[in-house]
Write a protein that binds this ligand. Structure first.
Ligand SMILES: [Zn+2]
Length: 199
């Protein structure tokens, strides 16, 4: 399985913070459903909190899976979060001394999230953005793709195909719906590999 090169001092290694003094950066944690994106986001945010860095976390107000004031992974670990209606609201809510900004489910946001993350990083903050890289058709989410291109660090998580057990990077939708974003996970999607993914 492809994992992030956390060993070279990147975000996965818990590298010492340089935020504010020598510049910020963007980390993207992406992948399919059930690949542990939110878990990884929460892990990095917790490490920053343990290091007494000032952390703020945001999620889309569209994402109401488990409750509005937390982000919660499928294994039920949680961290407080502020839901925002648009990416620009993140800039309104970030306070001056915040060093680390986490954003979950970035695919819920529009293009303006890219500029918002760029601005936060240019202000010297560490930005950790997590979300889906592809929709249920296997089409890239533009916002994730752009952020991956601009980010200093990209971690692409893989799930395990429920059909054959191979590494899976597709989110197979089981319910009959044409909407691109369906809130909810458990019985709506399953992880599939390239060969087992049915378009
Ligand atoms: Zn498979």
């Amino acid at each position: 399985m492809i994992r992030s090169p956390g060993g070279f001092g990147g975000p996965g290694s818990g590298a010492p913070a340089r935020v504010g003094s020598t510049g910020g950066w963007i980390e993207v944690v992406c992948g399919s459903m059930f690949s542990g994106k939110t878990q990884e986001l929460i892990r990095r945010l917790r490490l920053a909190t343990i290091a007494r860095q000032k952390v703020q976390v945001f999620n889309s107000a569209l994402d109401v899976r488990y409750g509005r004031n937390h982000i919660i992974s499928h294994d039920r670990t949680r961290i407080p979060s502020r839901p925002v209606k648009s990416a620009k609201q993140i800039l309104d809510w970030v306070v001056a001394d915040t060093q680390v900004v986490g954003v979950d489910e970035i695919h819920f946001f529009g293009h303006e999230l890219v500029a918002v993350c760029e601005e936060l990083a240019n202000q010297g903050r560490r930005v950790i953005a997590a979300g889906l890289d592809q929709d249920y058709r296997g089409v890239p989410f533009e916002v994730t793709a752009k952020l991956m291109a601009l980010a200093e660090f990209v971690t692409k998580n893989l799930a395990i195909c429920v059909v054959c057990g191979a590494p899976a990077n597709k989110s197979q939708r089981r319910a009959e719906t044409k909407r691109r974003i369906v809130v909810g996970a458990g019985d709506t999607y399953e992880a599939r590999c390239r060969r087992c993914f049915a378009r």
